[in-house]
Design a protein around this ligand. Sequence first.
Ligand code: BV8
Ligand code: ZN
Length: 251
Amino acid sequence: MKKNTLFSEQLIQRLKEAHLVVALTGAGVSAESGVPTFRGADGLWKQFRAEELATPQAFVKNPQLVWEWYNYRRNLLKKIDPNPGHYALVELEKALASFHLITQNVDGLHTRAGSGKVVELHGNILRNKCFNCQKIYFEPEYNDSSTLPKCSCGGLLRPNVVWFGEMLDQEILDRAYRLSEECQLFFSIGTSSLVYPAAELPYIAKRNKAYIVEINLEKTEISGWVNERIAGKSGEILPQLVESLKCIRMN
Ligand code: BV8
Ligand code: ZN
């Protein structure tokens, strides 16, 4: 077993003692699976601008364009699998008494990897809902339709994700707040910490004396004050965290 050099004693101690461990993930965790991030060099927003597409106004203005953009992303996902970072988070959930995952990602890769306790803050791109009556549609075949499917009420279907300017589901958000308030160890992984209210969660955890660890390729809005920053790829760092945890268990 390789000796741990990546994680501080303090982090290892917290892993041992914490009653609740929470991980907030963003697009960076899916990047190594080939899902373009939002603001990175190959970012989705490069080809399109957020306000053009991921807003209700954009959908009203040009539903076909928005629908095609999401089908482009959903088709990308068909050829994409979870990466070692997703699987390491499944291992953490199995190894730790109480580990909860909060994700901003809408790609469903955490669930596909086997994570059981996932809070999807921004919804799930693989599901649709009616723009008019909010009825949820689980049929995947709609995602291949080049023309916009219609709801039984006559309304247009849209991806079941939270757009900019839209409120998050209050129950889901309250759960994320409560987990962040009650945890002793909070990981912020692969997120630029720019989008609210998700970006509030590490601050809430910090206010409640949790130990905050950031895993990211680059510096972010919160890098200046977290307890520990581990620079690098989540797909490489998270499996090492699982290894370190196994070492703790053996000693
Ligand atoms: C809300 C679903 C109340 C859709 C997403 C003006 C008008 C209206 C609203 C606002 C406004 N000003 C501010 C707001 C609030 C707005 C907001 O926060 N805007 C930001 C941009 C300033 N928030 C909202 O609108 C939210 N609703 O506030 O409602 C309200 C209502 C009306 C008016 C005011 C307020 C709704 C936010 C949800 C938006 N939906 N997604 C879709 O996917 O199409 S957000 C979208 O961004 C994704 O969910 C994504 O996850 C999320 C955050 O981005 P990140 O995940 O952080 O991804 P990013 O590319 O930015 O960063 C990737 C990171 O990974 C980088 O740091 C990179 O270094 C790192 N990385 C890359 N590779 C790796 C890696 N790290 C490790 N390993 C690697 N291999
Ligand atoms: Zn409807």
